[in-house]
Each structure stands twice: as structure tokens, then as C-alpha cells.
Design a binder for this molecule. Structure first.
Ligand code: SF4
Length: 105
């Protein structure tokens, strides 16, 4: 069964085959492994907060400080105002963009 919160992160109809480049898949796999590691740490009582808070680098996500094709961080489901992101580390501009962009509902 798929939970509602999981559905919000699903691939949207705006994702095209061109957007699913090998590097985007690599980043998504990296995030999935991070989530799995965090869950394992929780299950085994390790309490490794660093794992639970792991994000990908700007370089890996190919982050840029400017919008791309009308897409920008402030309209992404992962954006955390005023300058944060749930999945990419560091300061994030509302006008920025990266390969993990996913339109907010
Ligand atoms: S586009 Fe989305 S995932 Fe990428 S840095 Fe901006 S808010 Fe984060």
C-alpha cells in the first residue's frame, strides 16, 4: 500500500524521458540508499542522526542559482523556505533549480 506522503513525491506527468537522465537516476538511487540506511539505523537503535539527515550535494544534483525552463526551487515540493531543501544540502535560492525538481502540489 502506498501512503499519501509517498505519493506526493512521485514522478509527475511533467517528467519526461529526457528528464530521467542516468545522473538523475543515480541521485534518486543515492537518496533511496540514504533513506534505507537511516531506517536501518533506527531499526537497530543506532540513532545515527547524521544518516537520517543525509542530503545530496549541490554538485551531484547539478544545482544552479537560476531557474531552468520556468522551473525554480520556490515551486518545488522539496523546497523549505526561506533557503533550504529537504534533499539537497546547503543554502538554496528560491530562484534556483536542480535535477531533482518536482512541482509542488
Ligand atoms: S529544485 Fe527542488 S530538490 Fe532541487 S534544490 Fe531546489 S528545492 Fe531542492
Amino acid at each position: 500500500m502506498v501512503s499519501k506522503s509517498h505519493e506526493s513525491a512521485r514522478v509527475t506527468s511533467e517528467d519526461t524521458p529526457e528528464n530521467h537522465s542516468p545522473s538523475r537516476r543515480k541521485i534518486l538511487l543515492s537518496l533511496l540508499w540514504s533513506a534505507a540506511a537511516a531506517n536501518a539505523a533506527t531499526l537497530f537503535g543506532g540513532g545515527h542522526k547524521a544518516l537520517a539527515q543525509q542530503k545530496v550535494t549541490k554538485e551531484l544534483s547539478q544545482y544552479q542559482d537560476t531557474p531552468k525552463d520556468g522551473q525554480k526551487c520556490s515551486e518545488c515540493t522539496f523546497f523549505e523556505p526561506p533557503k533550504g531543501c529537504k534533499v539537497v544540502e546547503g543554502d538554496i535560492s528560491p530562484e534556483g533549480w536542480c535535477q531533482l525538481w518536482n512541482k509542488a502540489a
